[in-house]
Design a protein. Structure first.
Lengths: 152, 110
């Protein structure tokens, strides 16, 4: 058994293939600087386009900090990422939580983007600190993404 | 207890691998302590102690059946954990939506 996964979804105007690309290949464009595992602001966030591909950030000087890995790369419909960061947002290869993102075409040309976060049991590892960090980090991070998008 | 503090307590309770194993056994099927202890490399009193922690974190609850106490999953603690993750991802997808729609509008107008 496991804890029931967290699920949520949004609809975007772009077709599935474009939505997939924006999500997976433009992560660095919206993720706020200074809110990542790396010691310096990220220049890019890379999701290598293949199973077992790396998921990492790169700073302006080319230094890389791992985040996790690609479990499934199936454009334009499905992406599964393995999140391997601990409660202090440090890479830990022993952790592997799955985040599955599905892109479903809608009538009218848009796409429903559905996300499922599973293997929540693994959050037990030094969980208190992790919970605090994630809780305080994400809403702000996403707001930054929204703000950046609005400025473009 | 607020959602926030109970989520933290639930997660902390699962930090211990033996406790997580016990929790997963309870989740698979409600059981008494003796049955839970079977096959685990820890003593029965140790299992009872882990169950106490899980109970305090609202992850399991005990139900009396005759003279036996059967441990079940407690939806409250799990609900709290899922609550904060749910908020986190809702925010994430909202941000993605804002970004993707802005990009799409630019492409349509450009």
């Amino acid at each position: 058994m496991s804890i029931a996964p967290v699920k949520c979804s949004v609809e975007v105007k772009a077709p599935a293939a474009r939505a997939f690309d924006l999500f997976a290949k433009n992560m660095g464009a919206w993720w706020p600087r200074g809110k990542t595992p790396g010691g310096r602001p990220h220049a890019d966030l890379v999701v290598e386009p293949r199973p077992e591909g790396r998921w990492f950030e790169r700073d302006a000087e080319g230094r890389e900090t791992p985040w996790g890995k690609v479990i499934a790369w199936e454009p334009p419909r499905r992406l599964v990422l393995g999140w391997q960061l601990d409660h202090q947002f440090r890479y830990d290869a022993r952790l592997l939580m799955e985040v599955e993102i599905l892109f479903q075409s809608l009538d009218g040309g848009g796409t429903r983007v559905s996300l499922e976060h599973r293997n929540l049991e693994q959050l037990g590892t030094e969980a208190e600190g992790f919970a605090v960090k994630v809780r305080s980090g994400w809403p702000e991070r996403l707001q930054n993404f929204a703000d950046a998008a609005a400025r473009n | 207890m607020t959602y926030r503090s109970s989520a933290v307590a639930s997660l902390a309770a699962l930090a211990d691998p033996t406790r997580r194993e016990i929790f997963e056994r309870v989740a698979a099927k409600p059981r008494a302590v003796g049955e839970l202890a079977r096959g685990l490399p820890v003593s029965r009193p140790a299992v009872s102690q882990h169950l106490k922690v899980l109970k305090e974190a609202c992850l399991v609850r005990e139900v009396a059946e005759g003279t036996r106490r059967i441990y079940h999953i407690d939806p409250r603690g799990i609900g709290a954990m899922r609550e904060w993750l749910d908020r986190h991802w809702r925010g994430a997808l909202a941000a993605f939506q804002a970004f993707a729609d802005a990009e799409h509008d630019k492409e349509q107008n450009g």
